[in-house]
Design a protein around this ligand. Structure first.
Ligand code: HEM
Length: 474
């Protein structure tokens, strides 16, 4: 009706929820794209979601028409959690200010200082030690990877790390992982059916998520207090200090705007950095290991390259990136085949818009189907095959096609791309240098089909790990 994009038949009240429930939406979206074209609609309850597919269409929306397509949709639950603050789920002037400041702070911390690399390397060394202690038993890497990656973020944001035995930190990390699993579904369903909030029990985990928010608040509050009481504006130590310094400068300006920089904005922003930066990175590492179990030849090529360039002892550094193109290509291939944020973060239209002959009303949710690009066989031949070679040119150097956008693009492009790339490189190469990863059951490596929550995560799996030294002496 009214030239709104068409899509699969929806039922009253529920929309397309019955078709989507319990299924992998990525697979359904591939089918629906074939049936309805590159711009199709899906209804969650009565709420319209427009799904954009393919590189050309996505680029046109996010870049050429970026002013219209770069808001975030209102979401009942996320609005409640975020109070309109932070960067991921906000729009308009406030989003722009917080984003700009966050980008500047990350730039200064991540690239202006070598201390960030040291922080990643320290954490990777701890990861290696933890794995060392478990080489005899089958190991689920998820928790230790999450804790190590969270600690890198703690270094960046709070200037300190937490022990793997620290109760408060472990609770925060575990809560984050749990929320990442449930918050996607919970926020969609609560948005369509707000009455669900009054149901007894905690079917959608919304009450748990709100309880977790209190734990995060307390954690950030303590760190905020300790930063503020020891702040030296001439010598900022970390993200919090940089933000507080900016906040102090801003407070002395005449005509300052209300609530530009504030304690609550800072807390929301810190939450966003952890929310967006931890699960995404640790899950990409987990996928990389899982694919290496399925493609042992790729694992051996990575190891051979590392052994040739670094040997078995010298710890990888970021300067080695250009000398380890096969490892670099393996990381890119993991970001492609197992895109952890395959539908990006929902966008929204800032006003009514005509797009490719369709009318899309103001404040419609827009899903950016990155998966449709990464599995497009015109761009990536045999997209279902894990092949780092596709990211190498004929002289063996890394080559990235323009269509490769795992961090999205346009105004909402991920602000942590560089940070993530640095972490993925150091963590993955240092693990492959020291260990061989094998399936626990050689005949049945774990499933490659994942679950889509806030991030696309592999199903829980264990891995058998052998020290490279022991592999050699066998
Ligand atoms: C493998 C790791 C990562 C991947 C694949 C990834 C990917 C993405 C994607 C696809 C988006 C959505 C962009 C859009 O809406 O169009 C995003 C947003 C975002 N990412 Fe990342 N990300 C990763 C790591 C990180 C890290 C380490 C940080 C922080 C240091 C971070 C911070 C953010 C933030 C704050 C946003 C929201 C930006 C906004 O709404 O303006 N991400 N990321």
């Amino acid at each position: 009706t009214n030239n709104i994009p068409t899509g699969p038949v929806s039922v009253p009240l529920l929309g397309n929820i019955p078709q989507l429930a319990g299924r992998n939406p990525l697979i359904l979206f591939r089918k629906w794209r074939k049936q309805y074209g590159d711009v199709f609609s899906v209804y969650m309850g009565s709420q319209l979601l427009v799904v954009l597919n393919g590189y050309t269409i996505i680029k046109e929306a996010l870049v050429t028409r970026g002013t219209v397509f770069s808001d975030r949709p209102h979401n009942f639950m996320l609005d409640k959690i975020k109070d309109g603050e932070g960067v991921i789920f906000t729009s308009g002037a406030s989003w722009k200010k917080q984003r700009k400041l966050a980008v500047n702070c990350l730039q200064e911390l991540g690239f202006g200082r070598s201390s960030f690399e040291v922080c990643i390397a320290d954490e990777a060394k701890i990861l290696i030690e933890l794995i060392e202690q478990n080489t005899d038993a089958a190991l689920n890497l998820k928790d230790i990877l999450t804790t190590c990656v969270s600690n890198v973020m703690c270094g960046l944001v709070f200037g300190r790390r937490f022990s793997h035995e620290d109760k408060q930190f472990l609770e925060v990390a575990a809560n984050f992982s749990e929320d990442a699993k449930y918050i996607g579904h919970a926020s969609i369903l609560m948005n369509c059916f707000p009455f669900l909030q009054y149901l007894p029990g905690d079917l959608l985990r919304t009450k748990t998520i709100m309880e977790h928010k209190k734990v995060f608040d307390k954690f950030y509050e303590d760190l905020y207090e300790s930063h503020q009481s020891t702040l030296d504006v001439n010598c900022p130590r970390d993200f919090m200090d940089l933000y507080l310094t900016e906040m102090e400068k801003d407070s002395t300006l005449p005509n300052k705007e209300e609530n530009t920089y504030s304690k609550n904005q800072l807390k929301a922003l810190v939450g966003d950095l952890f929310g967006a930066g931890t699960e995404t990175t640790s899950t990409t590492l987990l996928w990389a290991i899982l694919y290496l179990l399925h493609y042992p030849d790729v694992q051996e090529k990575c190891f051979d390259e590392i052994q040739m360039v670094l040997g078995l002892e010298r710890f990888p550094s970021l300067d080695d990136r250009s000398h380890l193109p096969y490892c670099e290509a393996t990381i890119l291939e993991t970001l492609r085949i197992a895109a952890v944020v395959p539908l990006a973060v929902p966008h929204a239209t800032a006003r009514d818009v005509y797009f490719r002959g369709f009318r899309i009303p103001k404040e419609s949710s827009i899903l950016i189907n990155l998966d449709s690009i990464f599995h497009d066989s015109d761009i990536f031949k045999d997209p279902g095959v894990f092949s780092p070679e596709r990211f190498l040119d004929s002289s063996g150097q890394v080559m990235k096609p323009n269509e490769f956008i795992p961090f999205s693009f346009g105004r909402r492009v991920c602000i942590g791309e560089k940070v993530a790339q640095m972490e993925l490189f150091i963590f993955l190469t240092s693990m492959i240098q020291k260990f061989q990863f094998l399936p626990v059951d050689p005949c049945h490596p774990p499933d490659l089909e994942g679950n889509l929550g806030f991030v696309y995560t592999p199903k829980c799996f264990q891995v058998h790990i052998v020290r490279r030294q022991d592999v050699k002496s066998n």
